[in-house]
Design a protein around this ligand. Structure first.
Ligand code: NAD
Length: 264
């Protein structure tokens, strides 16, 4: 759907070459926002992706390959957005990785990487975006947390710690901007069928000798009462709502979209 609600504004979505970030970037482009893409992948495929979305929605798009575990690269990306578009109006902190293991077996470097990418990167992008947003007295910060920002699951210590941290960081950002036109909120999805989750489906299929379909059903049945995956498009629509005038006083929420996972 095309609209002009965000025309003239620029959204930077971290980790937007795949999955949820890509879905949210598309939804914001559909509202007329220029988009700065970020994330890993094949350089030519990424170029096609951002060129096609720019053309489809008649917006300007650009890409920066910052590694979100590296503060200097994050700073370079924010400067790139400033130079290219005059700053970031909508910041979506979405880049994330997962690793599944018991605490005593959890690789130390995986712990550090998950905390850096899923949590600390949001501190860096936010601290660098806020001065420009304050000057314009308008901004939207949307942090992709997870149901794991609200409840725990075994074998996901680093992820659950990072996502609970991100929900806490969201609340503090919302409080520090409460009497400005800047809002900050978190989205807490349940299972969404992206490469990050397909990996867990594949592991389960291999472990339990299941087909891909049966492994998906088993994964959903364990946690998500709807038995349905959440989609990147649904999450994009929620991000668009946060960016709308109706979202002006939605501040510091951790909004679950989880097929009933956390209602249990
Ligand atoms: P995904 O693997 O499809 O996409 C992750 C994106 O992050 C990719 O673009 C990837 O290139 C990028 N990325 C990874 N490491 C990076 C780094 N060091 N620097 C820059 N970019 C990097 O995953 P997804 O499922 O779309 O997840 C997106 C976000 O949503 C994550 O924060 C994830 O924790 C969260 N989330 C996902 C689910 C789910 O079920 N898929 C549920 C809840 C929350």
């Amino acid at each position: 759907m095309k609209s002009s609600m965000l025309s003239g504004k620029t959204a930077l979505v971290t980790g937007s070459t795949s999955g949820i970030g890509l879905g949210i970037a598309r939804s914001l482009a559909g509202q007329g926002a220029n988009i700065v893409f970020n994330g890993f992948g094949d350089a030519r495929q990424i170029e096609t992706l951002y060129t096609d979305i720019g053309r489809e929605f008649a917006v300007q798009t650009a890409y920066h390959n910052a590694d979100m575990s590296k503060p200097a690269e994050i700073a370079a990306m924010m400067q790139f957005a400033d130079e290219k578009f005059g700053g970031v109006d909508v910041l979506v902190n979405n880049a994330g990785i997962q690793h599944v293991a018991n605490i005593e077996d959890f690789p130390v470097e995986k712990w550090d990487a998950i905390l850096a990418i899923n949590l600390t990167s949001a501190f860096h992008t936010t601290r660098l975006a806020l001065p420009g947003m304050k000057q314009k007295n308008w901004g939207r910060i949307v942090n992709l947390a997870s149901v794991h920002g609200l409840v725990g699951s075994a074998q996901k210590s680093a992820y659950v710690a990072a996502k609970h941290g991100l929900v806490g960081f969201t609340k503090v950002t919302a409080l520090e901007t409460a009497h400005t036109g800047i809002t900050c909120n978190a989205i807490c999805p349940g299972w969404v069928l992206t490469p990050l989750v397909q990996q867990q489906v594949d592991d389960r299929a291999a472990r339990d000798g299941l087909s891909n379909d049966a492994a998906k059903k088993a994964l959903l049945a364990e946690k998500q009462p709807s038995g349905e995956f959440v989609t990147p498009e649904e999450l994009g629509a929620l991000a668009v709502f946060f960016c709308s005038p109706a979202g002006d006083q939605v501040r510091g929420v951790a909004w679950n979209m989880d097929g009933g996972w956390t209602a249990q």
